[in-house]
Design a protein around this ligand. Sequence first.
Ligand SMILES: [Zn+2]
Length: 82
Amino acid sequence: MGRRKSRKKIRARPRRTLPKIFQCPKCGTSSVSVNIAKNKESVQVVCTLCGLFANLEYREFYQTVDYYARFLDLYEKQMAEV
Ligand SMILES: [Zn+2]
């Protein structure tokens, strides 16, 4: 009695590790990886299964998911053009 319920501690969340593998819009598998070049001049997004590939400009404020979104955009545009 008289015991206080221990409050749930609000922990500062450690930074989530950014996802690196995404789903491929072409073959549908989770085989798309985002590789930022060491010199930070370009970013390659590639599906290791079907070989779908995009070479993107490096942007400082982008995260891997943003490159992936660009990758999807490009893919859709490509599809529209064909
Ligand atoms: Zn693929």
